[in-house]
Design a protein around this ligand. Structure first.
Ligand SMILES: [Zn+2]
Ligand SMILES: [Zn+2]
Length: 169
């Protein structure tokens, strides 16, 4: 993400925190920067080691800040089932993208397709809705593991491990 967009995001986060009567502390600023600097899907636990010692951000602050960013609409939650959740910082720049989730290796691929937009618009109009959020989610098995029997994302006995890899098509 370019510095200008990041500044805009920091401003947006700051305004939201202010609207809730909360201070935009150095810790929160460091967190928001980390989350939006790269647009990878992430788990809250992924963030702590990346923050380094300088900001001394507590676990509670990480979870609370993420919850607030979700509430503000800046961050989206993706449920992987079994209570497992990922967070997606990419909705601001690309609000209508969809997700393909591999149930074996938990790889997530983002995709957009104009035909899906047309279809979604037709359906919502026919049913008398104005969509405020559109996202299609498809779960399946990726070809790599199915055809080759191996996949760099798949760790035997660690089915729940979620890689940081993401591909957009
Ligand atoms: Zn996404
Ligand atoms: Zn897979």
């Amino acid at each position: 993400m370019d510095p200008q967009s990041l500044q805009a995001i920091l401003g947006q986060a700051q305004a939201f925190f202010a609207s809730k009567g909360l201070r935009f502390t150095k810790q929160r600023e460091a967190l928001v920067t980390l989350i939006f600097r790269n647009d990878e899907h992430f788990k809250p636990e992924d963030l702590l080691p990346k923050l380094g010692k300088s900001h001394a951000v507590s676990r509670a602050t990480v979870y609370r800040t993420i919850a607030l960013l979700v509430e503000s609409g800046m961050l989206r939650e993706i449920s992987l089932g079994g209570g497992e959740r990922l967070y997606d910082p990419n909705f601001l720049q690309s609000p209508h993208h969809n997700h393909l989730i591999c149930v074996d290796c938990r790889k997530i691929i983002e995709f957009e397709d104009p035909n899906i937009d047309v279809m979604q618009n037709c359906i919502t109009r026919r049913l008398g809705f104005s969509p405020t959020q559109k996202a299609l989610r498809i779960e399946g098995s990726c070809d790599r593991l199915r055809l080759l029997g191996t996949c760099p994302n798949f760790k035997e006995g660690k089915k729940k491990s979620i890689p940081g890899t993401k591909r957009r098509v």
